[in-house]
Design a protein around this ligand. Structure first.
Ligand code: ATP
Ligand code: LTN
Length: 336
């Protein structure tokens, strides 16, 4: 707890250009906590290297992700915005928590199963133990609440189990965190190419994703190509995954419910609907794109934010780290 404020933590991997899934499922919800909570929003570069990355691209995307946090409305004065690898406690606590996480638990994680199917030539130990590092990110700051998309629910449950297990052995050490998942369908945005799969920023099929930074004409073209069924009615019926996904996206950007959308598009075809979804999405994201461009041209400012975030997060992490070291039986660190 920081000055009596409860703590919120979340992270995004700099593993690709961010999608509207990342925006609607996660980042868009971050800012609403800034006043009442002590908020840490982290660019989780250590998680990103569980899949092979090009070093120059990883560096660029780390800056971009941080700039996008700010462009999406996160004020660096009100939130701790930082890069995971700048605070050694994440990796340090990650290792310790590895030793309190069971092989069987990690084997059940669907993200591990999915990613190991996609990266058959690089099923490394980090990809497997990823959820223990994620638990460390969260527990390091005594986090109460973690805003995420619904794909992260399973990892959050594991983080809770790890915290409870550790507390059970050593006495109260960690706050047990709660996930905060949007109640609306936008907690899980699906791929535009395969609407039964989640939209994912590392998807290589460009038609599957809409990126936050895509230009308006690109966004409109991508929605035009979105896979739907052969029908023509804009209705949220069972099996119409493509249309339901587009309705979720349209609803998230316009605030309209499914019933309102069905009424609005009664008697109009898919083509008309897709164009409206594209326009609503592009218009809502235009200010984010503008602000992002401005920030990326101000590297000095971004460096300042990164330095301040690293300092604050590091300072705030020390208390938990020394408590954990003591509890597990490590001797005190010499001062030098
Ligand atoms: P990758 O493709 O590299 O696995 P990702 O697109 O799944 O990346 P993450 O960095 O792993 O994105 O996730 C950042 C946040 O965005 C998480 O809170 C996650 O739940 C959320 N998120 C990711 N994809 C979606 C989606 N399709 N719908 C809603 N939320 C999402
Ligand atoms: N695992 C998340 C990213 C992530 C995260 C976190 C989210 C890493 N550490 C801590 C919330 C809190 C993902 O793959 N989407």
């Amino acid at each position: 707890m920081y000055k009596d404020k409860k703590v919120v933590f979340s992270g995004v991997q700099p593993s690709g250009q961010l999608t509207i899934g990342n925006y609607l499922g996660a980042i868009k919800n971050f800012a609403e906590f800034s006043d009442e909570y002590r908020c840490y929003y982290c660019v989780v570069d250590e998680h990103a290297i569980t899949v092979r990355q090009n070093p120059a691209e990883l560096r660029r995307r780390t800056y971009e992700t941080l700039a996008l946090y700010i462009a999406c409305g996160l004020d660096p004065e009100k939130n701790v915005l930082f890069v995971q690898s700048h605070v050694s406690g994440h990796a340090e606590l990650g290792w310790i928590l590895d030793c309190y996480t069971m092989f069987g638990e990690l084997s059940r994680m669907t993200q591990f199963k999915d990613k190991s199917k996609k990266n058959t030539d690089n099923i490394n130990a980090g990809l497997f133990t990823y959820p223990a590092l994620m638990a460390a990110d969260i527990l390091l700051y005594q986090t109460e609440m973690v805003p995420v998309g619904s794909d992260q629910k399973q990892h959050l449950e594991l983080a809770r189990n790890i915290a409870e297990r550790f507390n059970g052995i050593y006495g109260e050490t960690f706050v047990v965190p709660e996930p905060f998942i949007n109640k609306t369908p936008s907690a899980r945005i699906m791929s535009l190419a395969e609407p039964t799969k989640k939209m994912s920023k590392s998807d290589e099929n460009e038609n599957a994703t809409v990126r936050i930074l895509d230009e308006k004409d690109v966004i409109i073209k991508k929605f035009k190509r979105a896979v739907t069924d052969s029908g023509s009615e804009v209705r949220a019926l069972d099996g119409k995954d493509g249309i339901i996904n587009l309705m979720s996206i349209y609803g998230a950007f316009t605030g309209k419910s499914f019933e309102e959308i069905e009424r609005e598009f009664e008697g109009r075809g898919y083509g008309d609907f897709k164009l409206c979804v594209g326009e609503a999405c592009a218009d809502a994201l235009a200010p984010v794109r503008e602000e992002f461009k401005r920030l990326m041209n101000d590297k000095a400012y971004l460096e300042d934010v990164i330095a301040k975030g690293a300092m604050e997060a590091y300072r705030d992490s020390l208390k938990t780290m020394s408590k954990v070291r003591r509890k597990v039986g490590f001797i005190e660190k010499p001062r030098f």
